[in-house]
Design a protein around this ligand. Structure first.
Ligand SMILES: NC(=O)c1ccc[n+]([C@@H]2O[C@H](COP(=O)([O-])OP(=O)(O)OC[C@H]3O[C@@H](n4cnc5c(N)ncnc54)[C@H](OP(=O)(O)O)[C@@H]3O)[C@@H](O)[C@H]2O)c1
Length: 339
């Protein structure tokens, strides 16, 4: 049995971490740390969890204890840097849900996040926690950087293809759609219902922070061709839908490509290969990533979909914790599978 702390446990991703660790049989106790809500009761923040969680007092992150075996860190960009180096120096395990350690170089942080990374030495120590593909590295790690939500949907959809057919690929374009919870719970005018309702728009074209993250990881699997990434906001709260179009030099059959994916994910209970393009509704409130492959001559279209708050954040983080401790992949997230 272990004890966990959640730093930033009162946000959108924090709520699901809380639910999952409450139903996890190997977690004995937990503490929630936050900022402006410190001193409040958990049920004042999450009244919907009455009967599910204890009504604990939220602790201030300024008085962080180092008493837990593992900390989930779920803070806005730049904030994790203040806590993670000390936690790791004390030999405590960390899973960071934010982006502060996902990229591999200090230069990429200057360029894409606009801050100077103050613990760049740790960038090479983290394991990028794409739970369904990096499993052996995760098992031996003390420090997991949980992937971003868009990257999770795209990397699971593209890595088996690139790993097997990199030399045959001319280019890839991924077009993704997200609901508004991807931006967290703090108020923003563009996320008001009156702005979102009846609307769809592209945003952060060529400057989304998830682009270097996706490119970094795809390069590790052999990407050496142009990659384009475009994000859109949908008038919904939850979910990510990504459509990736791949142009090939020479045709490969749909059957052959699909077989490669079925082999790759044979032991991954949370990746489901679909015979038809998946629908967002099939994965919302679950830890699944659903993928379909469709091939016409030299064009491959791969559709993939996840729940951004679960597979794209807290569900995958719990899966990573299970791997770190050598537990069954689905502990704590079983109920979500049954939904
Ligand atoms: N939302 C998603 O779909 C998603 C998916 C993948 C990864 N992520 C990443 O996960 C992290 C959290 O996202 P979220 O959506 O859960 O955000 P959120 O809903 O905005 O919650 C942020 C949390 O951080 C705390 N916090 C804010 N400023 C702080 C500060 N200066 N010091 C200490 N605590 C502070 C908040 O506490 P108070 O309320 O008490 O201020 C709250 O608990 C972000 O890095 C995000 O990029 C999010």
């Amino acid at each position: 049995m272990i004890s966990v702390g959640i730093i930033g446990g009162t946000g959108y991703t924090g709520k699901y971490l809380l639910e999952f660790i409450k139903q996890h049989k190997n977690i004995a106790d937990y503490t929630i740390y936050a900022n402006s809500s410190a001193g409040s009761k958990l049920l004042d923040i999450f009244p919907e969890l009455l009967g599910v969680i204890e009504n604990k007092t939220i602790q201030s992150v300024k008085e962080l204890s180092y008493a837990h075996d593992l900390y989930f860190v779920s803070l806005p960009h730049g904030e994790s840097l203040k806590y993670i180096p000390t936690l790791l120096a004390k030999g405590i395990k960390v899973i960071d849900l934010g982006g502060d350690y996902r990229l591999d170089t200090k230069k990429l942080y200057d360029e894409w996040y606009g801050f100077e990374h103050t613990s760049a030495n740790l960038l090479s120590q983290k394991v990028y926690g794409l739970a369904d593909l990096n499993s052996s590295k995760i098992s031996g790690s003390n420090f997991i950087s949980n992937p971003g939500c868009y990257p999770t949907s795209i990397l699971l959809a593209l890595i088996p293809l690139i790993n097997n057919y990199s030399d045959n690929i001319i280019s890839i374009s991924s077009v993704s759609y997200s609901g508004s919870s991807g931006a967290g719970k703090s108020a923003k005018t563009e996320l008001l219902l009156s702005e979102l309702d009846g609307n769809v728009k592209a945003y952060n074209i060529n400057k989304h922070r998830h682009q270097p993250e996706i490119e970094q990881e795809l390069t590790k699997y052999g990407m050496k061709f142009p990659f384009a990434f475009t994000t859109h906001l949908l008038p919904i709260a939850r979910g990510i839908y990504s459509t990736s179009t791949i142009h090939l030099n020479s045709a490969i059959s749909e059957f052959e490509i699909t077989e490669k994916y079925l082999n790759e994910y044979a032991n991954s209970i949370f990746v489901r290969m679909r015979k038809v393009p998946p629908e967002l509704k099939w994965v919302v409130n679950s830890n699944f990533c659903d993928i379909n492959i469709s091939v016409k001559e030299k064009t491959v279209v791969i559709t993939s979909t996840i729940d951004n708050l679960i597979k794209g954040a807290s569900g995958q983080a719990v899966q990573n914790m299970n791997r770190m401790f050598g537990w069954d992949d689905s502990l704590g997230i079983q109920k979500i599978i049954e939904n």
